[in-house]
Ligand binder design. Structure first.
Ligand SMILES: [Zn+2]
Ligand SMILES: [Zn+2]
Length: 374
């Protein structure tokens, strides 16, 4: 049987060098270019994803590497508690434990989470993150699972509220969700989910009206490159969190304080305050020159997301573009023609930022003062 031995030795040799090479090969990380806003650090996160320890198709470390490559700062792996077709039973903390050394090595913040999963609506699926022991969530009654999560200090959010398998035609709010709100058992809601490749307008309204934190997540099950065509410019869903500092406790505080914007493809969804701060931090006014009544303006978009500007009503005394898209990491020049004889060295323009959504069907209005520098 010497040849079998030889083959197995050769196999081990190959495995050994593959492992060695996987640690030294160079990888590149995308810089999303999304800026901080006044008073807060902008943390980019995805708090909903699966691995082979539920019904996902990848090993936990792969989720960390994907997030690092795609420019995220923080993730939570949230395998289903109740649905684990590949392993049936065992420790619910295992995906976190396996991923943590890779997260530490790459500087990705890894938050412990789980998906509390009931087939029917209500209550549907809920994610609990900042858990200390996910095993405590294995309960017959979903109410007990939520209570166990809350007792660990978890931040809990309603997943894919408009998923057609659970809400056939209409996205409904159920009495059970009111009960969760009243009992401090639901703090956020997915406004955009990669599962449906969708934005849920109802969830956006509920977040504004009921005071829920807006979340954007992938709910990724496959290797991410199978679901998103990055080469064609597709972008994974994510949540931007505005935290006092880059720590787990500041992140948690920010989520409970509803300081988030959900991001999906080229759109941001949030409340007006944070969207306006994000827009003003994102668009760099680099030069404004005035000659006569003409202002020549040079701008730069440092982010990986386009900035789509529309002219708003109330600019009738000026002449400038009706719409302008500033591509990712691109400069643009435009001219504002102020009224004849204007003497001010600034001009105020009213814009609508089309891809910054403050509520369903309503985009962010801004007034920009463009001030000429000598
Ligand atoms: Zn789910
Ligand atoms: Zn899920």
């Amino acid at each position: 049987m010497w040849h079998v031995n030889l083959i197995s030795k050769a196999f081990l040799f190959v495995v050994f060098y593959c492992v060695l090479l996987s640690d030294v090969r160079s990888q590149s990380r995308t810089d999303l270019g999304i800026p901080d806003i006044p008073g807060y650090k902008t943390i980019k996160g995805d708090f909903h994803m699966h691995t082979v320890f539920s019904d996902g198709k990848v090993w936990p470390t792969t989720r960390v590497e994907e997030a690092w490559r795609e420019g995220l700062d923080v993730i939570a792996i949230t395998d289903h508690i109740e649905y684990r077709p590949f392993i049936k039973e065992g420790d619910h903390n295992i995906a976190y434990d396996l991923a943590k050394p890779t997260a530490d090595r790459l500087g990705i913040m890894l938050i412990k989470g789980s998906e509390i999963t009931r087939r029917e609506m209500p209550p549907g699926h809920l994610n609990a993150i900042f858990l200390t022991d996910a095993n405590e969530l294995e309960k017959d009654d979903w109410r007990d699972a939520l209570r166990a999560a809350r007792d660990q200090g978890a931040f809990i959010f309603w997943n894919h509220p408009g998923w057609s398998r659970q809400q056939k035609d209409t996205t409904l709010w159920w009495d059970e969700h009111s009960w969760m709100l009243e009992n401090n058992l639901m703090h956020g809601i997915e406004v955009a989910s990669g599962l449906d490749q969708a934005y849920y307008p109802e969830a956006h309204i509920w977040a504004l009206e009921k005071g829920l934190t807006m979340m954007g997540t992938t709910d990724i099950h496959n290797p991410i490159g199978m679901d998103y065509n990055f080469a064609m410019g597709e972008k994974r869903a994510m949540t931007l969190i505005f935290a006092k500092e880059f720590t787990e406790s500041a992140l948690r505080d920010a989520l409970f304080a509803k300081r988030t914007v959900a991001c999906y493809q080229d759109n941001f969804y949030g409340n007006q305050e944070y969207l306006e701060a994000l827009f003003k931090a994102s668009l760099q006014i680099q030069e404004v020159h005035k000659r006569g009544n003409r202002f020549s303006v040079k701008v730069y978009n440092p982010t990986s997301i386009p900035i789509k500007i529309l002219k708003a009503p109330g600019n009738e005394d000026k002449d400038f573009f009706r719409w302008l898209t500033i591509a990712p990491r691109a400069y643009d020049n435009f001219t504002i023609v102020a009224p004849e004889g204007a003497t001010d060295d600034f001009v105020d323009v009213k814009w609508i930022i089309e891809n910054y959504k403050v509520s369903p069907g309503k985009s962010l209005p801004v007034i920009m003062r463009l001030e000429a520098k000598p």
